[in-house]
Ligand binder design. Sequence first.
Ligand SMILES: [Zn+2]
Length: 80
Amino acid sequence: MVKRVGSYLVCISCRRVYPKSELEREKKEKRRDTYVCPYCGSTRFSKEFDDVVLIINPEKSLVAKKLKIIHAGVFAFSIE
Ligand SMILES: [Zn+2]
């Protein structure tokens, strides 16, 4: 089930989840027109995503392996 979570956005490229306020602040600081993922530089975000996973130890995590995540962080499990 996909829920609309208004205050969070997920980067479509790297699946990292950001509070909208954080992206908004970064956008203002850098004087950009669009949100940019601070991690991978992508400008494509989605508001609609499923469960969120916290990856602490990507080398030992089966979920990280499945999602091809190699860094620690908060990631969306599936993106609409
Ligand atoms: Zn990204």
